[in-house]
Design a protein around this ligand. Structure first.
Ligand SMILES: *Cc1c(COP(=O)(O)O)cnc(C)c1O
Length: 375
């Protein structure tokens, strides 16, 4: 059996260990310390926007984003249905309720039409507007942010971008995660860069970043004894993990270019398969990092995505179906849903291909040849 090819792997650049060693040498094993500050500065210069707070996970970043927007018990939050559960679960952590909306076919992300329909209908039913909107830049593809922000602005609802998969992606020249009121990043092991586990919340100004740090460190008021006025969290990134992040910032641009190159290679190599399309930027306004390259397989091929997945699995190549929409998950079966069947169809037709920045050209060739055999 040939070596296994995985979907998306951690990819070290080489300098990470130096930063981690530094943490050991200076005895900064305790949470917080110089690597955390340095990692945040590096992210801020890369994003060229506001302030960044390093946290223990992307999920924690989304949770604190909701806390900052005042989402609480009984509120509703509009969330893209076509996503990973971590986009929606923090809404429940706050005792609030997600309202799911469909995707549009260009970017596969939040449909502005379904969004406005949901806002109007929730107001009709509850007498209140939803407290926040969570669009996702899924697989790295930027959502239609201008349209989403325009509707959000019309009803005075803040936007929290889930940019967990979209570090390095750009929408009209703006980095994903810096466009809404807050943006969440993830440094989980399978993302564009990793800290082994971690995340960050992108804030537009110093004051909100300070408040996020306050919430992330148990909400301790500035007194000589422990004094708490609000509920806090233990959500900061550790200094050791931040060291890995500092090293990863050296290779972030290379990782993004390599993922885009892998996507280009798939696009060219698969163009001759009837009924198969590789997801692409809908126009020059969109510049996906192509965190994962994904394909749609039409029923005319006579194959389902799961048939293709199993064929590749037999050649020791990992692929995965697209995210199963949240409104189709048992845990969210009672949540309201607005829109049509766009995300359900994507789920029925789509497959994610191996996309690690560490993939070699030979490995990509193995994948494209296996796809030709499977289809
Ligand atoms: C990975 C991911 C998250 C959660 O990030 P963690 O760092 O794993 O907590 C949230 N949303 C999306 C879309 C993701 O892909």
């Amino acid at each position: 059996m040939r070596d296994r090819i995985l979907l998306s792997l951690a990819h070290m650049g080489g300098s990470e260990k130096r930063w981690v060693d530094e943490a050991f040498k200076s005895n900064w094993i305790v949470p917080l310390g110089p690597n955390v500050d340095e990692f945040e500065h590096r992210l801020e210069s890369y994003l060229n926007h506001g302030r960044v707070v390093a946290l223990s996970a992307g999920t924690a970043a989304l949770h604190l984003g909701l806390v900052m927007l005042g989402v609480s018990e009984g509120d509703e939050v509009i969330c893209q249905s076509f996503t990973f559960s971590a986009s929606a679960n923090p809404v429940r952590y706050q005792g609030a309720h997600p309202v799911f909306v469909d995707s549009e076919p260009d970017t596969w992300n939040m449909s502005p039409i379904a969004l406005e329909e949901a806002i109007i209908d929730r107001y009709r039913i509850t007498g209140k507007y939803p407290k926040a909107i969570i669009p996702v830049h899924l697989y790295g593809m930027p959502a239609k942010m201008d349209e989403i922000l325009e509707i959000a602005g019309k009803y005075g609802i803040p936007v929290l971008e889930d940019a967990a998969e979209a570090l390095g992606s750009e929408y009209k020249g703006k980095k994903c995660g810096t466009i809404g009121h807050f943006g969440a990043l993830s440094f989980n092991g399978n993302k564009i860069i990793t800290t082994s586990g971690g995340g960050a919340l992108i804030c537009s100004d110093e004051n909100s970043a300070k408040r996020v740090k306050f919430y992330a460190t148990q909400a301790r008021e500035n007194r000589p004894y422990y004094y708490h006025e609000v509920i806090g969290f233990n959500y900061r990134l550790s200094n050791v993990c931040a060291g890995i992040g500092c090293g990863q910032m050296d290779v972030l641009s290379d990782h993004v270019s390599r993922r885009r190159e892998i996507h280009d290679t798939y696009t060219k190599a698969l163009s001759d398969i009837e009924g198969v399309t590789v997801q692409h930027n809908p126009s020059d306004d969109y510049d996906s990092n192509f965190w994962l390259s994904t394909i749609l397989i039409e029923p005319s091929t006579g194959k389902t995505p799961d048939d293709v997945r199993l064929s590749l699995e037999a050649e020791n190549i990992e692929t995965r179906l697209l995210w199963r929409p949240m409104h189709m998950q048992p845990v969210y079966k009672n949540a309201p849903y607005y829109g049509g069947t766009v995300c359900e169809e994507l789920f029925a037709k789509g497959l994610c291909l191996p996309s690690s920045s560490s993939l070699t050209d030979d490995e990509i060739k193995r994948v494209t040849e296996a796809l030709h055999r499977a289809l």
